[in-house]
Write a new protein. Structure first.
Lengths: 422, 422
């Protein structure tokens, strides 16, 4: 592949993403929830491309679009490559869909390479399956990863009874799309047929930009704790209650928020966030009587995460008790970290280095389809730099040079895997 | 007055307050806004009592009920005693109205004393005017002190154009009550005719209870600054944004809230409160992008207050800047402190001591009618202990023994003033 080819391919990838962004529930913005009408348009567009590449196309029962490229001399086991095509409301043009479009570009690259070397039989080409997952964001039914759960065999049929904001049950939505909710089980992968899963995705964070890097190998998806806290003091008149007679729930919560920030800064890779806070009665002339707030803690190590969660609970108790304020909490989520496959990840790191790029490794702080797939098959993931760290926003973008780098690394990764398989 | 009389009087005061509490816009709770129907019932009840005491009764153009007791041998100048009869929504039974009922009880006490000594001519009795201010809380029109503003000659006629929640203009409400809004000016006091104004009120705070005291002489009403702050950082994904790359508006605001609490604790009599706080976007998995919050600062010294306001602004800038967060603020209120009259206040303190009580002096952290009256005539104010510091709440209460003490001190205060006038 010449540099000229690469630039042209990268531009086509960006153009494709922008074209698909026009397939939206809301003209003027990008919103494409699970199995809504614009998903049909996306399927039609991607299917046509898949077919033009000689791929066998199908849509499974949960709505994942799958294109299989199986050259005659390829082995039985295929590598799956893909990401999701649903979006958050008022999204950017690259979250998810970029990984699908890049996957198709990698198939086309592989196809052209075979054409060049078709008589050489230097190696067995490897079968590739491109997947456009139907649902990852969890917007329509409040449950994320619907597409990759079906692949992983972890789709709970009780999910089908969930209703969207318009009261449409999930099973009805599946049927309305022309699919059979009874057959979702059949989407589950047979690990014997699959070499692994490879996802390319934008970072959706500021790390690569801050380190002036284009790409990173994802080591895994961090584990996550989600807790709800309530500080209960006493609401009092702001004018008539001297400072020493107050039980100010907000002052206690504030001391704790500062402690959360400070404690999280002491542990490498630990992220702790108080994102939601509500004050009662929330009036300028009333000392706050109660504060409810959220705590989100993430780390690649489950032990480290749970250690710091305990420490942050202690800090909340300390901040509360010194003010005669009560604090209660409940844990709403304790989701373990998911590691990417060590062997595939090592190959991906080698591919970066072979392309002259630093083999930056980092965890993903957000969930991805690769997290669900990793439960069933070896998974690897490549991050592209997110300009400004911006995602889930119309300003979300990706640089053409980074798309070029991802194409180069992706092709090298497939080449290495094919050599390994062959 | 015997102890037995006192106890009976105190019980009658409490019974009267409870009876008046039944005159409410909302059965089951106490809500009595400016010139609403239950105000008529209160006027009828209090007028009857006033008349039975030989008082001349009138309602001025802003709805203040005024009863003048002018014994034949009294001088021209009268002492005004009173408080307000409007309430906050879902109020307690004593805020305001207790001061009116106590004033009537003091008139009755004075009347009985004259009867006992009527031939002795030991001193000139002093004329007393009891005022039931029509409005202090500012609930119906968002503007407080309507009654006492009229007395003070500071009633701005533009207020008459304000509309209540039902779209009723204030001038229409005044007319509907049978009063003439054009005549509000005529309610303004002629200071030559008035010796002073005396208000008895519950503390509405926890100070007296904490110090195990029944009563206090109010030195003045604290000045108040009200500011609005906005911390603007950057909303980011809680999972993908490492701690060192965040611009967390809530963490900055939290550090500042702790500083506000801590700084206020260093200055005697300073109260600083962050009572209202709103986070954007207020989602558990998003680093807060912006926080809006209120600051309320009160102190008896205007210099001290404005000094600390500047210091708290500096603290906000410091907390913001270390996180790459912007902070802006605006001052919405800068209300100077109002001192009570030194001579009347000294007489009141002497009255406490003459009754064997400590002459505790304290500022009032909340506004009162006495604050408006002080602009026109010498004013003094007596606080009664608020059990639990509770006010503006159905649980608001007052102890019978404290009402007894207030009656004893009030009678002594009037006696001292009469001697002084005579």
């Amino acid at each position: 592949m010449t540099e000229h080819d690469l630039t042209a391919r990268a531009r086509r990838v960006l153009a494709e993403c922008r074209l698909l962004a026009g397939m939206t529930e809301e003209p003027g913005g990008i919103t494409r929830r699970f199995l809504t009408l614009p998903v049909r348009d996306v399927h039609a567009h991607l299917s046509a491309r898949m077919k033009s590449l000689g791929m066998a196309v199908r849509v499974d029962a949960i709505g994942n679009l799958r294109g299989l490229w199986h050259p005659p001399n390829a082995g039985m086991r295929r590598l799956q490559i893909g990401s999701h095509i649903d979006t958050v409301p008022n999204a950017g043009a690259f979250d998810g869909v970029l990984g699908v479009v890049l996957a198709l570009e990698l198939v086309e690259t592989a196809l052209e390479k075979i054409a060049l070397v078709q008589n050489a039989r230097e190696r067995e080409p490897m079968a590739l399956e491109v997947i456009a997952f139907s649902e990852e964001e969890g917007v329509r039914y409040g449950a994320p990863f619907l597409g990759s759960r079906a692949f992983a065999g972890s789709f709970d049929p009780r999910l089908l009874a969930l209703e969207d904001a318009d009261g449409v049950r999930m099973d009805a939505a599946v049927r309305a799309f022309g699919l059979d909710p009874e057959a979702i089980d059949e989407a589950a992968l047979d690990p014997k047929e699959v070499l692994g899963f490879f996802e390319i995705h934008i970072e959706q964070g500021p790390v690569l930009e801050a380190e002036d890097l284009q790409l990173a190998v994802v080591e895994g998806i961090v584990g996550q704790s989600r807790l709800a806290f309530r500080f209960t003091g006493q609401a009092n008149h702001a004018g008539t209650t001297p400072m020493h007679l107050r039980h100010d729930a907000l002052a206690a919560a504030a001391e704790w928020i500062v402690a959360v920030e400070s404690i999280a800064g002491t542990e490498d890779g630990l992220a702790a966030t108080v994102g939601k806070l509500d004050v009662q009665p929330n009036a300028a002339n009333v000392v706050p009587g109660a504060v409810e707030l959220s705590l989100d803690v993430r780390h690649m190590s489950n032990l480290t995460r749970t250690h710091w969660v305990r420490s942050l609970i202690n800090a909340a108790q300390s901040a509360a008790h010194k003010r005669g304020v009560e604090v209660t909490w409940s844990e709403n989520l304790d989701q373990p970290a998911v590691e990417m496959d060590k062997r595939l990840t090592a190959e991906l790191a080698e591919a970066l280095q072979a392309c002259g790029l630093p083999a930056k490794r980092m965890p993903s702080g957000a969930g991805h389809d690769a997290m669900m797939m990793a439960a069933r098959v070896p998974a690897a993931m490549l991050f592209l730099r997110s300009p400004g760290g911006i995602s889930h926003h119309p300003d979300e973008s990706v640089r053409e040079e980074d798309v070029e780098a991802a194409l180069r690394v992706g092709a090298k990764f497939l080449e290495r895997l094919a050599a390994f398989v062959g």
